[in-house]
Design a protein around this ligand. Structure first.
Ligand SMILES: [Mn+2]
Length: 327
């Protein structure tokens, strides 16, 4: 099987009166996905868009993919390809002596981080354990043969889905006119970092995108909820699932194709411990969020528990707790 990833723009007409649910970046978090659907009472009357990046960075990557394949047979579920889905599939098919060491290191990193990886799960089902780079090359052909259906499913996914009033894409659109994006590659459309910030366009229809964790758009407080950009007409929904330790899976709820953007709501699911605060505390009016994008700091005074630092991007000086390594 040759992997030929071509950009596909699918036109979908959704009957008025139907509820439209949208999620993205499940990243192998099958339990999150099931829980969020349950929370929304997802049923056959709804239309569900899964806007890419179903696999990798989570505990159940193959199971998530198979679950998506399973529910997609129903006709009311529309999955789209994400950059990780596309890139992983491409890499597996192109594995060779030359690139296997890099791939093996990636597998090891993911194992350390999440306990598994998509490829390890595929190989395991074919009876292989990955302990050396050679194990990847040894298992490659068996994996490709055994998972032909899964790879075909991924390869056939649309890149963009256009409906009457909303357009869905994992990363973002490179051209304002939807059909003009057909000339762009799958990767240009699925990997558009900071799309809502960097696109120069105000789109005609609302574009609903994942890929870029919404937490990276802010600089005062970390928050994972969907962000509606009314000027550019973009809704960013990636809650950082699998990327941030407190990342959540968001599910956007569009009550009707013809609804106003004000009627759009969301729910989310996250598994983090909840604790009860003894005392109420007012939010700071002067908070700062040091995000992964602008993480450079300078230590001014090292302390046992707290250090006094300067955040390079903002110039702010503050005390921060001593860094502890988190998963
Ligand atoms: Mn992505």
């Amino acid at each position: 099987m040759v992997i030929n990833l071509t950009t596909k723009i699918e036109q979908i007409n959704i009957e008025p009166g139907k509820r439209i649910l949208v999620t993205s970046d499940i990243h192998g978090h099958l339990s999150y996905f099931k829980k969020v659907l349950e929370k929304a009472s997802f049923c056959d009357d709804d239309v569900l868009f899964i806007v890419g990046d179903m696999i990798e960075k989570g505990p159940e990557n193959l199971k998530t993919l198979r679950y998506v394949m399973d529910i997609s047979e129903n006709g009311n579920v529309i999955p789209l390809i994400g950059n990780v889905d596309a890139y992983r599939m491409k890499l597996i098919h192109e594995l060779s002596e030359e690139n296997v060491d890099g791939f093996y290191n990636y597998v090891l990193n993911l194992r350390q981080w999440t306990g598994t990886s998509f490829y390890e799960e595929l190989a395991a089902e074919c009876g292989y354990t990955i302990n050396r780079p050679e194990d990847i090359l040894l298992s490659k052909q068996a994996v490709i043969n055994h998972f032909e259906d899964e790879f075909r499913f991924l390869a056939n996914l649309p890149t963009v889905a256009e409906t009457q009033n909303f357009v869905f894409v994992h990363g973002g659109l490179r051209e304002k006119k939807i059909s003009d994006n057909l000339d762009k590659s799958v990767f240009e459309l699925t990997k558009f970092d900071a799309f809502a910030e960097r696109t120069p366009f105000a789109f005609d229809k609302y574009i609903i995108a994942g890929h870029w964790p919404v937490v990276l758009y802010g600089s005062d407080i970390p928050q994972m909820n969907p962000i509606v950009n009314r000027d550019k007409r973009i809704i960013s929904i990636d809650g950082g699932c699998g990327v941030k330790k407190d990342g959540q899976l968001n599910l956007l709820i569009i009550p009707d194709m013809n609804c106003s953007v004000d009627d759009i709501t969301y729910i989310s699911y996250v598994e983090i411990p909840t604790v009860c605060a003894h005392d109420d505390q007012k939010p700071s009016t002067d908070s700062i969020y040091i995000s992964w994008l602008n993480k450079e700091i300078r230590i001014l005074e090292k302390g046992e528990e707290f250090s006094y630092i300067e955040h390079m991007k903002s110039g702010r000086k503050l005390y921060i707790p001593k860094f502890t390594h988190q998963k």
